[in-house]
Design a protein around this ligand. Structure first.
Ligand SMILES: [Zn+2]
Length: 226
């Protein structure tokens, strides 16, 4: 049986994680009338400074990408990129718990604990804690794959991303994902980067072909209550 979320909360560390991870699924769900809230914990791409590159604020790119995907509610916190480990896990938990209390989602999507990025792991843990059974009202939690961070997952020393849930998407949902991704400008790289438009298409085709569909996005389903 198809289970459609009533309200979906997407929790990520960086603007573009939501698009790379579940952009096509989000376009599909919002088209079907699902209300979506996006919570992004950092607001810049500060890790570029270490590479001698210019740091840019991502707030307007996040808002434009969200609009393309049909997301109406966007919350952006002001932590620095790659700096979430300087915050306490408790503080991150509180931020996500507050959004769960205010928005009342029944479903949460977040990044995978298998990702190499420490930011992704910390945010994933906070989302799981905020959505634990009990008062949260959250009935399903899924983790998505974020190209490059998930691709290097084996370097984290943790079990690699192992999907057990596939969301079939249409060509138009995939196009909206790519259109949203373009809003992130320099974050989109050239083929054969996993973060290229072709790389995003290739993954959607690969995940689709695993279930003999044209396009899909894959998830780790952590918990579902029916
Ligand atoms: Zn990220």
């Amino acid at each position: 049986m198809d289970r459609m979320p009533g309200k979906l909360l997407i929790v990520v560390a960086h603007g573009d994680d939501e698009t790379l991870g579940a952009g096509a699924t989000t376009a599909k769900l919002t088209e079907a009338g699902v209300q979506v809230s996006l919570l992004v914990l950092t607001n810049d791409d500060g890790s570029r400074a270490a590479m001698g590159q210019r740091v840019t604020n991502r707030v307007s790119a996040i808002e434009r990408a969200a609009k393309i995907l049909g997301i109406e509610r966007v919350g952006i916190r002001e932590f620095g990129d790659n700096r979430l480990d300087a915050e306490s896990q408790l503080e991150l938990n509180r931020i996500v718990e507050r959004e769960v209390r205010d928005f009342r989602p029944d479903t949460i999507f977040t990044t995978s604990m298998s990702d190499l990025s420490m930011d992704h792991q910390l945010v994933s843990r906070a989302a799981r804690i905020a959505g634990r059974p009990g008062r949260s009202g959250v009935r399903e939690i899924r983790c998505f794959e974020t190209r490059s961070a998930t691709d290097c997952g084996e370097a984290s020393g943790l079990p690699t991303f192992a999907p057990n849930c596939w969301e079939v998407v249409s060509a138009s949902h995939l196009e909206r994902k790519i259109e949203a991704l373009r809003e992130y400008g320099q974050e989109v790289e050239n083929w054969p980067s996993p973060r290229s438009e072709r790389g995003v298409r290739a993954l959607a085709e690969y995940r689709g072909s695993q279930i003999t569909e044209e396009f899909a996005e894959a998830f780790e389903l952590l918990r579902t209550v029916r």
